[in-house]
Design a protein around this ligand. Sequence first.
Ligand code: ZN
Ligand code: ZN
Length: 352
Amino acid sequence: MPGCVIHGAGDLRVEDVPSPVPGPGEALVAVRYGGVCGSDLHYWRHGGVGDFRLREPMLLGHEVVGTLVAYGSPDTAGPAGGPRPAAGASVAVHPATPCGVCPECVDGRRNVCRDTRYLGSAARFPHVQGGFAARIVVPAEQVRALPAGLDPRRGALAEPLSVALHAVRRAGDLTGRHVLVTGAGPIGCLVVAAAKAAGAARVTVTDLLPAALEYARAAGADTLVRADDPDDSGWPGEVDTAVEASGVAAGLDTCLRLVRRGGVVVQLGMLPPGQSPFPGNLVVSREIELRGAFRFDGEFDDALRLLAAEPAFDALVSAVVPVRDAASAFELAADRSRSCKVLLDFGAAPAG
Ligand SMILES: [Zn+2]
Ligand SMILES: [Zn+2]
């Protein structure tokens, strides 16, 4: 069966990978769609993301929806606190398996678990293989039935929307606030939607690319600003809260300069490896709260509910590409002048 394997920087291959067999407590999922994420693009272009480097071939992908094929036996485990999807059900896969026993897990911050397993991530070695394959095996408690009426195509946004919901939660109460989002990639656009859903009165988005800003508009942004145009009339004098979603130091600079005194800046975009310059004295003299946001935990279920309720999310899925053309899908996803979220299509679920 086809799988999308990264062997090193610039070396992405669609190759035949063995079909996995579920063990006790595991579920076999026939993947329908897999969203190409910024981190997948980083592995492809640079052989790593942030401070995580690729050290062996790895199946990419962690934004997957599909059909539940079977549970391994004995099949005792199921999603915590929810009904277990039956064979044949459309499901989304929560990509994280926190360890459950480290200080962060015990403290209720499972998204920063120091020993987590995350689909398609080189953070640990051996790497955790990802979800870009026609069939995958995952812990049974990680599968979630798609809510009634949620099309799998839109459901493929559940993972990145969870990331956005977590960042918004980290920002604190946004009710009635003016929120700045730097970066209108798929994550930035989903932060716009999440901020609006959380009650933000106004969301201003900056990006270098007009096409990306139009996706942010579709996600509900009120004001669009060309980041490279200091004379753009959309620049706010001051905002209450800022979410940095571009992953470049210039974006963090913008957030720190525009947030009000005592305001919150959430760094969500993964910055380049190593050190990044930022105007640290503003953090001091304005008592700005600079907070990180990394992945998510329970937000996955919230994301599925939000997606089911809001058809406008469909506008953010800009292309669906057969897995055999994965190389062109990655090229497309990397060109933000032509795309927002790009999905790989693994085809309809085979019988059995
Ligand atoms: Zn992702
Ligand atoms: Zn843990």
